[in-house]
Design a protein around this ligand. Structure first.
Ligand SMILES: Nc1ncnc2c1ncn2[C@@H]1O[C@H](COP(=O)(O)OP(=O)(O)OP(=O)(O)O)[C@@H](O)[C@H]1O
Length: 297
């Protein structure tokens, strides 16, 4: 295997020499570019996730370590030195969802998206997006009805990461979304009202599904297991999760480990369109999403 990579390396070296390039300069440029991309993404993750507070804590520990070292406080230096070794493993455990998501994002390519959209298959991208739009309309309409009847709901919009294990915990439906169907599923006496509904490519894929609960200790204590499950799902996948509170009728949206609480139907519709249509077709409007403004847990 090592020989194989060596021969590939030699091939590229010979190629660069053949085209008159300097491998040293080229590799330095490549090196700097890769490191810049890694640093940019780490800063992005720190800013967008709960890592921010932890990084501040680590910086404080780092400053303490430097001070202790230069002031020759041997016991404190010893403790902080050993703590830092344990901390590396602790961070891997704490950030397991973020690390997993980052690796999953890395493994996702434009090709995957093309396949998911069904280009080259039976449906065109436009057909799938029209169906997704109809589903968003149906969900928004039924959410309004559910609020009026004080009924809770938990709706997961699957995106690139397939939720096969989650679907298995519920009952497969595979039907076109309509306000009537969604209303029926979440009707309090209906057998599938407990748990989450999963929507895949604009179809109601399953209902009565069990989601992973978030272990985040920063979640507001007034939020119960429905909201915790929504947040947990968004921490462990790229899904957009909609919650309608049975108690307060408030609508919340969980995405990438953040919960935006008490949103209006208009914001719900806008966010779903941005995450499920604009993000997928890549028209560049997704970053203007209101989701990241005023996010909370
Ligand atoms: N792990 C889970 N996966 C899917 N659904 C869940 C899960 N845990 C709880 N639920 C749903 O949440 C309901 C309980 O909601 P609970 O009252 O505890 O939460 P809440 O966040 O306070 O919501 P609400 O504001 O609607 O009362 C359950 O009946 C079930 O339908």
């Amino acid at each position: 295997m090592a020989e194989f990579f060596q021969s590939i390396g030699s091939f590229f070296e010979a190629l660069f020499h053949a085209i008159g390039g300097d491998i040293g300069i080229l590799s330095s440029i490549l090196d700097i570019a890769i490191v810049a991309v890694i640093i940019y993404n780490v800063i992005k993750i720190v800013r967008e996730t709960r890592a921010g507070t932890l990084v501040k804590g680590m910086l404080i520990l780092g400053v303490c370590y430097v001070l202790a070292f230069y002031l020759k406080l041997q016991t404190l230096t010893f403790i902080l030195d050993n703590l830092s070794k344990v901390l590396v493993f602790g961070l891997i455990v704490i950030f397991q969802p973020e690390i997993r998501r980052a690796l999953e994002q890395l493994g996702r390519t434009r090709l995957n998206k093309i396949k998911i959209l069904g280009v080259g298959g039976v449906l065109s991208e436009e057909d799938v997006m029209q169906r997704v739009q109809r589903t968003i309309d149906a969900v928004c309409k039924s959410v309004k009805v559910l609020q009026g009847q004080r009924m809770g709901a938990l709706i997961v919009f699957e995106r690139d990461i397939k939720l096969v294990d989650i679907v298995k915990t519920g009952t497969v439906i595979n039907a076109e979304a309509s306000p009537e169907l969604i209303g029926n599923i979440f009707f309090v006496k209906a057998p599938l009202h407990d748990g989450a509904m999963i929507i895949r490519d604009g179809y109601v894929c399953a209902a009565g599904c069990i989601l992973p609960l978030s272990q985040n200790s920063e979640i507001s204590s007034e939020l119960g297991t429905r909201h915790r499950a929504a947040l947990g799902m968004s921490e462990n996948s790229d899904a957009v999760v909609v919650v309608v509170s049975e108690e307060t009728t408030a609508i919340s949206i969980a995405y990438k480990g953040f919960l935006m609480r008490d949103v209006s139907i208009d914001v719900l519709k806008e966010t779903l369109q941005k995450r499920l249509i604009h993000d997928v077709v890549g028209d560049g409007t997704s970053e203007k999403s209101p989701f990241w403004k005023g996010r909370s847990k």
